[in-house]
Every structure is written in C-alpha cells, then in structure tokens.
Design a protein around this ligand. Structure first.
Ligand code: THU
Length: 139
C-alpha cells in the first residue's frame, strides 16, 4: 500500500522534468493506478502557447498508453521558479475533464501538497461537480 508522502515525493521528482521556458511555472504530477503503479508527468510547453500540455495530462496519457485504466489518486505540485515556497496547485478544467473520463468522482483523490507533509485532499466530484461524461450520452 503506497503512502501519500511517497506519491507526493514522486510528484516533486516529476516536476524536475518540466519543460516550461515560457511560463517558468513548473508542474509535476504523480498518478497512482489501482494496481499500485505510479506514472509521473510534467508540463510540456510550446512556443505556440495553446499547445502546452499540463503535468496531469502527461501522467494520464502515459498511463493510458501503458494500458492502465483504473486510477486511485493523483498528487500535483507546481510553482513558479521565482517563488520561494510551494502553494496548492489545483488542476485546470481541461485536466479535470480528462480525470472524469477515467475516474470515479466519489473515489478518485486529488492531493494538493505544499510540502511532503502539508497537503489537501479532494475527491474529483468535489472539484468537478455536475460533470459531463460518456454516461450522459447514453441517456
Ligand atoms: N499547468 C499544469 O501543468 N498543471 C496545472 O494544474 C496548472 C497549469 C501548467 C500549464 C503551463 O505549462 C503552466 O502550468 C502555466 O499555466
């Protein structure tokens, strides 16, 4: 059983890989699959700004490519290179929607750390209420 602190540590490690020369805001994510495996992700920016990919989506897309479809939790850390301390870095709306595609809103946990031991935990349903999913298309 993975400890939350281990997942947070992986998110900080993933952040080291961030490619963010335009915003200087580096983000790392660590996605915990139900089988216990963890996929890291970082933000990857582009000179054409709209092409930027968030850390969370990098982690999800890596995991899905590897055949994973069941997820337990994600830890996300982000800060500007000039900022001294981390503050809670909530996922953007697009990333929340990607989470909604694969995760149970009542079970999937979003862990927002400021440090290894100081963090907030939300369910996906708390941060993306009334979301649109494939189920809505079958009604
Ligand atoms: N970003 C993420 O990777 N995840 C978030 O939760 C918030 C924003 C990235 C996108 C962009 O590369 C930079 O942070 C500034 O928006």
């Amino acid at each position: 059983m993975i400890h939350i602190e281990q997942l947070i540590k992986k998110a900080f490690e993933a952040r080291e890989k961030a490619y963010a020369p335009y915003s200087d805001f580096k983000v790392g994510a660590a996605l915990l699959c139900k089988d216990g495996s963890i996929y890291g992700g970082c933000n990857i920016e582009n000179a054409s700004y709209g092409v930027c990919n968030c850390a969370e989506r990098t982690a999800f897309f890596r995991a899905v490519y590897e055949g994973k479809r069941e997820f337990q939790a994600i830890a996300i850390v982000g800060k500007s290179e000039s900022a001294e301390e981390f503050d809670y870095c909530a996922p953007c709306g697009v990333c929340r929607q990607v989470m909604a595609e694969f995760c149970d809103p009542d079970e999937f946990q979003i862990i927002l750390p400021r440090s290894l031991t100081d963090y907030k935990v939300y369910t996906l349903g708390q941060i993306l209420p009334l979301c649109f999913t494939g189920k809505d298309m079958k009604k």
